[in-house]
Structures are given as C-alpha cells and as structure tokens.
Write a protein that binds this ligand. Structure first.
Ligand code: PBG
Length: 346
C-alpha cells in the first residue's frame, strides 16, 4: 500500500495537510482556544456529596478527606445555603445514625438522620436539589449493603428494605433517590414502592455500574461502613468488566432509572463513554472518596497543582460523556468558577 494513502486513512477524509493545515493556529491565544473548546462544565453539572451525623453539635473533619466534614444538622443547612448560592446541581446526602443494627432500622425511620437532614436542607435552601443515597451499609452493624442470611446478603429480602428507605426519604422531601446497594431488581422495587406511595414524580438515579473499588476506602472511614467480614464482591462489579456494566445499565433503564451512574469515575472513563453512546440516557459519574483523597494528598505535598488537576479530571469525565459530576470538590470548583469564569476548562 502506498504511504500517501495510509496517511490519509489514519487522519480521515476531511482532514487537511501541512502546511496548509496547522493545528497550532487555533491554540495561539486564550480567545481562540476558548472558541474551539469541546468539553466544559458549569456549577449546574456538579453535585456535592454530604455526610450528616446524628447527635453532632459541631461538624467533624474527616482526616482522609481534607476539606470534607461529617455535618451537624446546623452545619448541613449552611452548606446547603452555600451550594444553592453557587448554583450547584444538587447535594447527595448520606446519613450516619447513632445506632446501627442488623436490619439497618435507622435508614427508613421517619425521624432518621437523613430524613431530618433533608428537611433541614429544604428549610434552608428550598431551591436546591436534594438527592439521597439509598443503601443499608451506613445503618447495619455488619456493614453490608443489605440484609444477611448467614454470611451472604439476601437480595430479595433487601429489596423490601431499600423500597421502604426510598419512600421514607421521598416523604421527607428528597427530590431524587439514588439506590447504591447493587441488588438485582432494586430500581424496579423502588419505582413500584414510590408510585404506590404517591411519589410517581420522584426520579431515581441508579448507581447502575458500581464497581467493587479500593477507592471507597476513605468513605468507609467517614461513614464507619466497612463490612465487618468479607467484602462486597458478591454484589458490586468486577473492575475487569465493561460489557457487564452495559447489562446493568440496560436493566436499570428498563426498571425505571431516570439517570444512570458509573462509579468510580477516573478509572472507568471507557465505561462512561460506552454507556453514553449506547443508551443516550442522562448519565452521572461519581468521583469517589479515594480519588479525592489521592488528589488532596498529592496537592498537599506540592506534587500536583490541585486546581488544575481537579479541572483536568472533571474535564475528562465530561469528555467521556458524563452529564453530572458528583465530586467532593464541587464547592471549591464552583467558588473558583464564580470568581474567575463561568465554565470549567483546561
Ligand atoms: C454506599 C455507598 C458507598 C459509596 C457511595 N455509596 C460505599 C461503598 O459501596 O462501600 C462510596 C462513595 C465514596 O467512596 O466516595 N453503598
């Protein structure tokens, strides 16, 4: 094959050729670079995860997640006010109950900590979208995401619990519920329960492709939710699998998911891309605690520039196809956007 032909094939039928074409022309000034920028985000794409702990008088710092705290109800309300003022897409709420038990009863109590947290946010920032994590691991004394039968998590018994949790959160005023337990059929069970309880308009964001990841380490410290025995490989996905993620997403959409999520984010950009291309569905990704902790740790030593590295990672997630970026950096990034520019970019 002639060399000429091979070059043309690689660069595509519409590409030009040096010296008529010089790609550096559009990189010359900030204005020109901005003009041809493909991926960007604004505060409205960002969702801030928040922890609220029962019985706290003062917020408690989380050592492995600098800048993140376990909130008291009062500090949660002020965080929500700021999130609303910055125009964030929303907050995703996790509750840390005073007492844990085998059934995770704190999770769907009418006056449970998340239910109180939702009401506090709604009072302080009525215009802010409040999302709630639907799972049992923060509420069970064994730390697993469902109800145990012996030493394994019983899928179908867990569905009833998850459905009850989602309904109680909707009743407290949650704008959206986000099941993260990775039980089969959880979206269907929650959809049915919400509809039956009069919450047909409450959307579900499914943690559809949630991988069994080492990057959840700091979260488990923050929520004291590490499994007391074993691990989560029996319900969360293997990092090796991409096609299985597409099956998970297909099933969740069929069961009624309004948004689907890929989690973690940075190590799964190919999965985000595949999901977006295949389903054209609102897609979120979750930059999890360990991803955040790595960034903060390197930045603290001066090894990477925190702002630039954060922007670069969020840009990559948007470039991969995510609409919503769930990130512990949401407030820091949005503050910076509001003082310097209106969209994030490199
Ligand atoms: C609950 C849940 C977890 C995370 C979000 N929801 C923990 C887990 O699965 O162990 C992790 C979030 C993070 O690491 O930031 N099931």
């Amino acid at each position: 094959m002639p060399t000429e032909k091979r070059t043309a094939d690689i660069s595509g039928p519409f590409s030009g050729r040096y010296p008529a074409t010089r790609l550096r022309r559009l990189r010359r000034t900030p204005a020109l670079r901005r003009l041809v920028q493909e991926s960007a985000w604004s505060a409205g794409n960002l969702v801030l995860p928040c922890f609220v702990k029962e019985g706290l008088a003062q917020p408690e710092p989380i050592p492995s997640m600098p800048g993140v705290v376990r909130h008291s109800l009062k500090s949660l309300a002020s965080a929500a006010k700021e999130a609303q003022a910055l125009g964030l897409g929303g907050v995703l709420l996790f509750g840390l109950p005073r007492r844990k038990d085998a059934q995770g009863r704190g999770a769907d109590a009418a006056d449970g900590i998340v239910q109180q947290g939702v009401r506090a946010i709604k009072r302080a920032a009525p215009g802010l979208a409040v999302m709630t994590d639907v799972c049992l691991c923060e509420y069970t004394d064994h730390g697993h995401c469902g109800i145990l039968r012996g030493r394994s998590v019983a899928n179908d018994a867990t569905l009833k619990r998850l459905a009850a949790i989602a309904v109680s959160q909707a009743r407290a005023g949650a704008d959206l519920v986000a099941p993260s337990a990775m039980m089969d059929g959880q979206v269907r069970a929650i959809r049915r329960a919400l509809d039956a309880a009069g919450f047909a308009d409450t959307p579900i964001m499914a943690y559809a492709a949630k991988y069994c990841s080492a990057f959840y380490g700091p979260f488990r410290e923050a929520a004291a939710s590490a499994p007391a025995f074993g691990d989560r490989r029996g319900y969360q996905m293997s990092p090796a699998n991409r096609e299985e993620a597409l099956r998970e997403v297909a099933l969740d959409i069929e069961e009624g998911a309004d948004l689907v999520m890929v989690k973690p984010a940075s190590a799964y950009l190919d999965v985000i891309r595949a999901v977006k291309e295949r389903f054209h569905w609102p897609t979120a990704c979750y930059q999890v605690s360990g991803e955040y902790a790595m960034l903060k740790a390197a930045a603290a030593r001066g090894w990477v520039d925190e702002a630039r590295a954060t922007d670069e990672l969020l840009t990559a997630m948007r470039r991969a196809g995510a609409d919503l970026l769930i990130t512990y950096s949401a407030v820091t990034v949005a503050r910076r956007l509001s003082t310097t520019r209106t969209t994030g970019r490199q």
